[in-house]
Design a binder for this molecule. Sequence first.
Ligand SMILES: [Mn+2]
Length: 275
Amino acid sequence: MNASAAAPGRDPALSYRAIFISDLHLGTRGCRSDFLADFLRRVSCEQLYLVGDIIDGWRLRKSWYWDAAHDDVLRLILQHARRGATVTYIPGNHDEMFRAWLPIGLEVAGVKLCREAEHTMVDGRRLLVMHGDEFDSVVRYAKFLALLGDWAYTAALVVNRWFNAARRRLGYPYWSLSAWLKRQVKEAVKAIDRFETALAGEARRRGFDGVVCGHIHQAEMREVGGVLYLNDGDWVESCTALVEHHDGRLELIDWADLNRLSFFASRGALTAQAA
Ligand SMILES: [Mn+2]
């Protein structure tokens, strides 16, 4: 069954058995909803997994950003469901308000809400599908710290500019932000490694052949301790999706790179052209 492949606008070369996307962060300015809508418009699939942080609820409470492309994304996801794709929505930590609905087994407009899912590949291998924040001790044990982290990152860059302007006036040398960032990157690499090891370990313990997750905005496809570690990335810092081809091949798709889309391109340019 693959009726959606014949639908107008769909590219037959972009027909997949399964598509995994996460960390869209709809409702924020950071979401590349224009690129995402382009992706969702052109692909077709039998199974679509939304692996968390789809709608950004934390920010939703403070500020809210929504444009036509954000509407398109929701409309296109529902369209995939209507055309026969099995759509599974696994809430993440930014859309954890949906986790309250998990016990009743909610299904809305063909979109099924689950805490985690199991995906069986065409060759029979079983993948555990989860967002992954369960293994992020900072987010899990101190939401306050995580919120602060988010805010602090943006603030740090602004502060640095003022800080160095003041230092210059007082005759002090420039305090290197790049050195500081390098230290942060080193720590981040270590954190990513711990995250990957934890997720792969969970899959192995529970007898799965691999794990599909998101959360850390770092697309990856590799073997960790004998199981597959598959991270589908994000649609904020990069525009990536994990797909399973009809023949069972797994692939990480970098949509911006594949289509030579520029992150500096103005929003709406793509939407206008596709409309
Ligand atoms: Mn997350």
